[in-house]
Design a protein around this ligand. Sequence first.
Ligand SMILES: Nc1nc2c(ncn2[C@@H]2O[C@H](COP(=O)(O)OP(=O)(O)O)[C@@H](O)[C@H]2O)c(=O)[nH]1
Ligand SMILES: [Mg+2]
Ligand SMILES: [Zn+2]
Length: 307
Amino acid sequence: MMEDNTLSEGIITKGVGGTYTVRRDDEERILCQIRGGIRKSGVVPAVGDRVKVSESGDPDIPYVIDDILPRSNYLIRPAVANIDCLILTFAVQDPVPDLTLTDKLIIICSSLGIRVALLFTKCDLDPEKAKELTDIYRKAGFDVFVSSKDALFGPDDLVRISPSGIAAFAGPSGVGKSTICNNILENDIMQTGSVSDRLKRGKHTTRHVELFDTKTGFITDTPGFTSLSLFDIGTDYREVVSGYPEILKSAQRCRFDDCRHISETGCAVLEDLAEGIIDRGRYERYKDEYEYLYENRNNYKRRIRPV
Ligand SMILES: Nc1nc2c(ncn2[C@@H]2O[C@H](COP(=O)(O)OP(=O)(O)O)[C@@H](O)[C@H]2O)c(=O)[nH]1
Ligand SMILES: [Mg+2]
Ligand SMILES: [Zn+2]
């Protein structure tokens, strides 16, 4: 029988200690090591990477990644490549949403070229707050979805946000990301529960990023986080506005091309703010972040930017 060792392609779904799981396009999952030459080039393979693989001859790790195809985008932490949509997930209550964090995540995604959607969860706990948040972000121009105990975000919603490719859920812990992933996968793969529940049970909760197959693509449930500094990440003050499509839209009518929308004469953003066309809270968060990064623009020790 002739041995078939031609290159085939697939997607990295998991990487632990230098061993990668690749879902080949024929749907088989294979274990791979990386070709030495790739390491030298400095590119570290990430979950979500499309790769070319061939047989390694090593029975323990039978395949080898020969090449990583160009990425459409790359999120640093957690390391995921080629995200089709990052679903920013916040609860309307328990935990209360930190919209500063929401907006920071939006800024990061815009500067990395990652499309975002917003998902407000636990709407059953405070339907009025759910409506308020939904209105703010819809008005700003985002795709907004809601989820509640009796109507969890599910497979059909996912198809509307991301018909194929990788959809990643990001947001603080306890907002219901794992609950929703289990609902989409129709399988209790991921551990859910409050942080204190988990501590009480003494379960091991550290996880690595992993892609799970849905009917049309992949989802990943990123580990929760509670705070984030754009300064530490190395975001430039000029990138802040990219997270505010409503400000960008009004800014087309500002008198000066380099308007910062803070105190300039002829600023259409300030006019639209006064008329309630731009949400006050969104604007204040824009201004605070812009001013903070501007004041500290010469203090960057190192810039941790993706390649
Ligand atoms: N009331 C309410 N509770 C929810 C909802 N979704 C998840 N939860 C609960 O919130 C807690 C945290 O959920 P989990 O999925 O582990 O959150 P994660 O940390 O974001 O993955 C669990 O006790 C869930 O049962 C919801 O829509 N409504
Ligand atoms: Mg979780
Ligand atoms: Zn302006």
